[in-house]
Design a protein around this ligand. Structure first.
Ligand SMILES: *Cc1c(COP(=O)(O)O)cnc(C)c1O
Length: 231
């Protein structure tokens, strides 16, 4: 077994265990492998171990990898901060964007999404723990942004994403995830059809799954420390 296979089995067991605790089907949870700072060769190993969803945070570093792996049936998620001068690259290369927080960015992604591709799937990022200097919009700005994004034909608003404050206690971790779930529920009460909660990372994926995560974003848990040099 390769190291990635071993780590993947361990993460899969954690996901299964959390899903059992809340009687969820593991098929409703997508494991997004966060491959930022990882070379193409390790993404290929992860694909051979069974992973197909990959998350990148830096536009510049991601496009050579996406191009090199173009013959493989991979789904690419952009999960980093978005600069407006890079939106065209994201619109051309990615299937999902998890971290939209400004109407101007959404507008550019809508205009720049190539017509031969399906609409870009999108999550709005919420600053769920109200931290200073943390990406994401405040909860009270969500409805307006969601309504604006809904009008863009080349975007498909799918749900919400958050990176809560880092806490070690699983019980406390659940509070922020529960809030994100209830924000999505509120939008769905107002005629949205959202089905995606992108929440939970290596350290808190159990709490996220128990509160309804549909995409967990796992980096170090699968690949090890980000600048590790082992094969
Ligand atoms: C890096 C990153 C992750 C993965 O974090 P790990 O702790 O390595 O699992 C998840 N989400 C986002 C947005 C990230 O930037």
């Amino acid at each position: 077994m390769t190291k990635i296979e071993q780590r993947l089995h361990f993460i899969q067991r954690r996901i299964q265990h959390a899903a059992q605790q809340c009687e969820r089907d593991t098929g409703s949870i997508t494991l997004l492998a966060v491959s930022k700072k990882q070379p193409t060769s390790r993404i290929l190993q992860a694909y051979q171990a069974g992973l197909t969803h990959f998350g990148e945070s830096y536009v510049q570093e991601s496009t050579p990898k996406i191009n090199a792996l173009a013959d493989h049936p991979l789904t690419w998620h952009f999960i980093g901060p978005i600069q407006s001068n890079k939106t065209h690259i994201i619109a051309q290369h990615f299937d999902w964007v998890h971290c939209v927080q400004r109407i101007k960015i959404a507008q550019r992604l809508n205009e720049q999404r190539p017509l031969q591709l399906p609409p870009l799937k999108l999550c709005i990022q919420i600053n769920i723990s109200n931290e200073a200097n943390k990406a994401g919009i405040p909860q009270n700005a969500l409805l307006e942004l969601a309504q604006q994004i809904k009008r863009f034909p080349r975007l498909q608003l799918r749900g919400l994403m958050a990176i809560p404050q880092k806490l070690d206690n699983p019980q406390q971790q659940r509070i922020a995830f529960e809030q994100l779930r209830s924000l999505m529920h509120n939008l769905n009460q107002q005629n949205f059809q959202l089905d995606t909660l992108s929440m939970g990372m290596t350290n808190d994926l159990e709490a996220a799954i128990i509160e309804g995560a549909t995409i967990v974003r796992v980096g170090t848990g699968l690949f090890g420390p980000r600048n590790e040099t082992e094969p």
